[in-house]
Design a protein around this ligand. Structure first.
Ligand code: HSE
Length: 400
């Protein structure tokens, strides 16, 4: 029998407890052990709920109980999650977390501590919710050099962009609807400004390069400036707007970026809609592959946490090696990366051609006072220089 403690009885934590109960027999067979939740750490009491008898308010109760071998952290945020997780690892307990903020910030340090204590710190649920992506990267395709990871890793913004595309709605309208349905938070900043996606691509890039990628170093643009008019142009070009978190291997190392991109209909990410997530991975031997599924939500995310619990129970006396050194890596400057740029402007075709040379013009009948165009491939730096000189620039969205 392995005793488990769950820190944080919110959406994901309660999902973990539910799965451990519902799939008890299957989990017992697959892990080779019976699992029992002994404690649930939360500030609330949950009066009348069967969980009430397991509730504790002091994390030291868990730290000091040698019977608890596995701890689940589903509290979110860096503190106090970091203090609690560190104490659990120091006490020789295995920890799994769904908390991307914690992993992006403290992943390398907590992995090193887990190694020192010969336990595990796993975090499959921190990126892509229920989609297995970290384990495949760390085991199945670990023999590959990963030359690209491009992900739709935020369900909220993907839902919003899908609605804008399918129903011609404005950003504010879809945000209200997403909030009403519980897909978007009351304060949606982390999702719509791309901060959530930024932390997720920082984690994935850290894992593929084996070194700390500081999320602050990743240029991040959200979707708040995307309008109905942008979507009309996207449709005219047979493309969709998606918030991508991208990391590509260049001769100067990994180059990471989070921004809205225009994706063509022959790319697998084009078809990823609503709250679904997908992570497109290109390996130097494997070629292209895509991991698709539910990127958020109670049971999908809890399912990934339970997968980690089973893995830890099967490796009770072994540290699963994850190479993620603390030394921060220097990312390649995204301004040197090349792309084609879609631009909306009120400038004349003559001015555009003089500045950008040969471009493809895009007309949308219902927007007669402006013009769209797509540049030839050029660096971000070169684009920025030219864009500064262009009169009446309305929008730029990169081509994928
Ligand atoms: N807010 C996140 C999303 C939750 O919308 O994808 C999962 O990390």
């Amino acid at each position: 029998m392995v005793k488990v403690a769950v820190m944080g009885y919110g959406t994901i934590g309660s999902g973990v407890v539910e799965i451990l109960e519902k799939n008890k027999e299957r989990i017992r067979k697959n892990s080779g052990e019976e699992l029992e939740v002994k404690y649930v750490l939360d500030l609330r009491e949950f009066e009348g709920d069967p969980i009430q008898k397991k509730i504790v308010h002091d994390y030291q109760v868990i730290v000091n109980d040698p019977e608890v071998r596995v701890v689940v952290e589903t509290m979110g945020g860096v503190e106090p999650a970091y203090t609690f997780v560190k104490a659990m690892l120091e006490a020789g307990k295995h920890v799994t977390t769904s908390n991307k903020a914690l992993v992006a910030d403290k992943g390398a340090e907590l992995i090193a501590l887990a190694e020192e204590k010969n336990v595990n710190f796993l975090f499959e649920a921190s990126v892509g919710g229920g989609i297995p992506i970290i384990r495949p990267l760390m085991s199945s395709i670990t023999g590959d050099e990963i030359v690209e990871i491009s992900g739709i890793v935020n369900g909220t913004t993907n839902y919003m962009l899908t609605k804008m595309t399918n129903e011609g709605l404005a950003f504010d309208e879809v945000l209200k609807e997403a909030q009403a349905k519980g897909y978007a938070e009351k304060d949606p900043t982390a999702d719509v400004e791309g901060y959530d996606a930024c932390r997720k691509i920082a984690i994935l890039t850290s894992l593929v390069c084996g070194q700390q990628v500081n999320y602050e170093d990743i240029h991040t643009e959200g979707i708040t400036t995307i309008t109905k008019e942008d979507i009309l142009y996207a449709k005219k070009m047979g493309r969709v707007v998606k918030l991508l978190a991208k990391s590509c291997l260049t001769e100067n190392g990994y180059c990471a970026l989070v921004a809205p991109f225009l994706i063509s209909n022959d790319h697998p990410l084009y078809h990823v809609n609503d709250v679904f997530n997908a992570i497109f991975v290109k390996g130097n031997m494997l070629g292209d592959s895509m991991f698709y599924g539910s990127g958020a939500g109670k049971l999908p995310t809890a399912s990934a946490v339970v997968g980690d619990i089973v893995d830890m129970v099967k490796h009770m006396n072994t540290h699963i090696v994850l190479r993620w050194d603390k030394e921060p890596v220097k990312l390649a400057d995204y301004k040197q990366s090349e792309s084609r740029f879609f631009v909306r402007t009120k400038a004349s075709k003559q001015e555009i051609s003089q500045l950008f040379g040969e471009v493809e013009f895009v007309d949308v009948d219902v927007l007669p006072d402006e013009i769209g165009f797509v540049t030839a491939p050029m660096s971000e730096a070169a684009y920025e220089q030219k864009a500064k000189e262009l009169s009446d620039l309305l929008r730029m969205i990169r081509f994928n």
